[in-house]
Design a protein around this ligand. Structure first.
Ligand SMILES: CSC[C@H]1O[C@H](OP(=O)(O)O)[C@H](O)[C@@H]1O
Length: 363
């Protein structure tokens, strides 16, 4: 068993083929941007942060093998390849945010006459490589802030019961995870009684990936069918729901894996705190509300078949949105690496958060 979704060293990149998990643990070599685009689009690698990291690293692999006499040639190639990578999957914003930062960075290097073409190439690749460690560091901060927020709502020493959805762990990020990072922190603090997690049809990120991670880490956990959530909250005294995010709008509306919205509605009914765990790179201040978030629809074969075995009648009509949008009014808090914010605080903190993002080392 391995929880390393991304293997990168000195210009060589491999990704764990998550379509084969848990039956087979196989790495795929990524030789350039075209390979990167394909593994993201096919969901061999998935998870908003991992999509951005693998996409950008595939570019680093590709340009590391080339020589650029002219800085403008390098800048043009970088801009074109990053805009291509964004098209692999439309809903998660992390790849777009990374592309915007990297294009801004390469432009600043291009405009700096003291920087040679070789230095520009080296610094650009180093900026992408830094994404791996920053993601892991951000995830650990998210985990700590999230665990603290959840434990603030219970009596001292009480162990908590958590519900999560989809996969937001090491297989969706560089390592440790976002919502699953909160679960890991609760477990490390000996404050987790149990983590319930949904199978998350139709890709089954929960049954295939989150189960894989929680079994690997020996974290007390229980797999439930997506249809069990309401009955679970009625009977199991869930202390909090923690999910990930693919894109958080400026007002706090959050696009996440399909099924998140209905979990939030049930949590509201049962007065269970509902948290979204996501790095700042998942917040899109260019989108005012969730109404403006593009929701990816996936091929119906992902619903009608499991492991290439047909489970739905031939000729059936399907609707397979990969995400839905949870309105901010159903969200208790958004857990980031800079703390936990109420949805309404995002807009007031926007300048502060933007200053923080601008102050970040270029990726
Ligand atoms: C930290 S992963 C965030 C997010 O990405 C997943 O979607 P997918 O498996 O389709 O890439 C899911 O929505 C997670 O919550």
């Amino acid at each position: 068993m391995t929880l390393q979704a991304i293997k990168y060293e000195n210009g060589t990149l491999e990704v764990l083929d998550q379509l084969l998990l848990p039956k087979e643990s196989k790495y795929i070599p990524i030789l350039g941007v075209e390979d990167g685009w394909k593994v993201i689009n096919k969901m061999q690698v998935r998870g908003a942060p991992a999509i951005a990291i693998v996409g950008c690293l595939s570019l680093a692999v590709e340009i590391s093998k080339e020589e650029f006499e002219k800085k403008k040639a390098l800048r043009r190639e970088v801009e074109g390849k990053l805009n291509y990578l964004i098209s692999a999957r439309p809903t998660a914003v992390n790849m777009k945010q990374a592309a915007d930062h990297l294009i801004s960075y390469i432009n600043s290097l291009d405009n700096d006459e003291s920087v040679s073409a070789q230095e520009m190439q080296a610094r650009f690749v180093a900026a992408i490589e830094a994404m791996l460690e920053k993601d892991i560091s951000d995830n650990r901060s998210i985990g700590e802030f999230g665990a603290k927020a959840i434990l603030n709502n219970v009596t001292d020493g009480e162990q908590v019961r958590i519900l999560t959805h989809c996969n937001t762990g090491s297989l969706a990020t560089a390592y440790f995870g976002t919502a699953l990072g909160v679960v890991r922190c609760l477990h490390s603090a000996s404050r987790l009684e149990n983590c319930y997690f949904t199978e998350t049809r139709p890709y089954n990120q929960g049954a295939r990936l989150t189960a894989y991670e929680l079994v690997h880490d020996k974290i007390p956990s229980t797999l439930v069918c997506d249809s069990t959530v309401a009955y679970l909250m009625k009977t199991a005294q869930i202390n909090a729901v923690v999910v990930g995010a693919d894109r958080v709008a400026a007002n706090g509306d959050t696009a996440n894996k399909i099924g998140t919205y209905q979990i939030a509605v049930v949590a509201k009914h049962h007065e269970v705190p509902f948290y979204v765990a996501a790095p700042l790179t998942s917040i899109d201040f260019n989108v005012n509300t969730g109404d403006n978030i593009v929701i990816e629809e996936r091929p119906q074969v992902e619903m009608t078949h499991i492991n290439n075995i047909r489970i739905a009648s031939p000729g059936v009509t399907c609707w397979n949105p990969a995400f839905d949008v949870t309105p901010a009014r159903l969200i208790t808090g958004i857990i980031t690496e800079k703390g936990v914010f109420r949805p309404s605080e995002l807009s007031t903190l926007q300048s502060q958060l933007q200053d923080h993002k601008n102050s970040l080392p270029q990726l």
